[in-house]
Design a binder for this molecule. Structure first.
Ligand code: MEV
Length: 407
């Protein structure tokens, strides 16, 4: 079905089911003793910038894939997700120590920034030929630290379709001797920053008021309940941590499916959420002038479609093919859409029936569908299963059989 829907040849999708072989794993890390598998589900109904996308999601938690898929269906009614990703510029940091005059050293670096950038431009000719490479230098003075003051040099580096860690780290290591020569200082650490705040991706969606009502909850109740739930996270770090965890349920699932570094994305997300000095929500929810629910998510998204596990792990390769993303930016955009959908799934459930019933409800719909329910039967059967506290396929099949026998 996925091959038919996506137009991707079936052979290219086999790896979704076959996974990573032991000999492949053995070439990825050290001391390999086995392969650890997780379920890969498909996030459905996603429309991202007007394009349908099937989204592979790797996650161990039930209801995550169903929640995202259901919210994507509601968002589809409002035109889907509108997303953006900027040029993939990463920050490489150099810590310059042993300087007697920090301000003077900063001035020297800034005065020589053109030469330094030209030098940095020679480091990776392949990246340069693809339109990537150095984009700028920034100098920051850290006045106070446990070892006293020092200078931090930021190399802004466009990494194109890579996550960028290797490219940035190499560039910093290669540029360091030049910086030492100019400043007379000692370049200590040379490493990328995971607070990739030059690589902020965005997603927004409008959920038409009319599609928000369900069961005994009016559309206005659901909309206002979501906004109230968001306000809790906006104001309180204890809640914001859980709220953002819900966003990361979706984000990480796609980051992992595509072979990307989820610790880097997690680190960037939480550092960005705390950028004002107080940890807060990564998303915003409100209403537009027509009373529709509108959501936005913005966060750093350092992911790639070349290099690392994205090209070595067969399931990651198949996942990227299935999504049909052509650039790292497009992948970042889909990930943001999934994060926003996941956030809405959690807030909608929490603001109405509570998360436990929501989990059961979502699960029950899947069970009802799996039992062969069609059209309106799905909702009715799911509700009946929840009522009977028997969300099981055998019971679903029995009820369906009875209904159909009795017309
Ligand atoms: C559970 O994995 C995620 C939630 O806790 C997120 C939230 O509370 O917003 C439901």
């Amino acid at each position: 079905m996925l091959a038919n829907e996506s137009g991707v040849p079936l052979d290219d999708l086999q790896a979704l089911q076959e996974g990573l072989r032991l000999d492949q794993a053995d070439r990825m890390i050290e001391n390999v003793a086995g392969v650890h598998a997780l379920p890969l589900g498909i996030g459905l109904n996603f429309v991202v910038n007007g394009k349908d996308v099937l989204v592979p999601m790797v996650v161990e938690e039930p209801s995550v894939v169903a929640g995202a898929s259901f919210m994507a269906k509601l968002a589809r009614e409002g035109g889907g997700f509108r997303t953006q990703a900027p040029d993939p510029v990463m920050i490489g940091q150099m810590q310059v120590l042993d300087l007697s005059d920090l301000h003077n050293a900063r001035d020297i670096i800034l005065a020589n920034s053109e030469d330094l950038l030209a030098e940095a431009g020679k480091i990776d000719p392949v990246l340069s030929s693809l339109g990537g490479g150095p984009r700028g230098l920034e100098v920051r003075i850290i006045e106070e630290s446990p070892i006293g003051g020092f200078l931090v040099l930021h190399l802004l580096y466009d990494v194109r379709d890579a996550m960028g860690a290797n490219a940035v780290n190499t560039a910093c290591e290669r540029l360091a001797p030049e910086v030492e020569q100019l400043t007379g200082g000692r370049v200590h650490l040379r490493i990328l920053s995971n607070l990739a705040d030059r690589r902020i991706a965005r997603a927004a969606c409008t959920i038409p008021l009319r599609v928000l009502a369900f069961e005994e909850f009016s559309a206005e109740e659901v909309r206002d309940g979501v906004i109230e739930a968001w306000a809790f996270a906006a104001a309180d770090p204890y809640r914001a941590a859980t709220h953002n965890k819900g966003i990361m349920n979706g984000v990480d699932a796609v980051v992992i499916a595509t072979g990307n570094d989820w610790r880097a994305v997690e680190a960037g997300a939480h550092a960005y959420a705390a950028r004002s000095g107080r940890y807060t929500s990564l998303s915003n929810w409100g209403k537009d002038s027509d009373g529709n629910l509108v959501g936005e998510l913005e966060m750093p998204m350092a992911v790639g479609i070349v290099g690392g596990a994205t090209k070595v792990h067969p399931t990651a390769k198949a996942s990227l093919k299935l999504m049909g993303v052509g650039t790292a930016g497009e992948l970042a955009e889909v990930i943001l859409a999934v994060g926003l959908a996941q956030n809405l799934a959690a807030l909608r459930a929490l603001a109405t029936e509570g998360i436990q019933r929501g989990h059961m409800g979502l699960h029950a719909r899947q069970v009802a569908t799996a039992a062969g329910a069609m059209g309106d039967e799905v909702e009715h059967l799911a509700a009946e299963l929840v009522k009977q506290r028997a969300v099981r396929i055998d019971r679903a099949e029995e009820i369906l059989k009875e209904w159909r026998k009795n017309g």
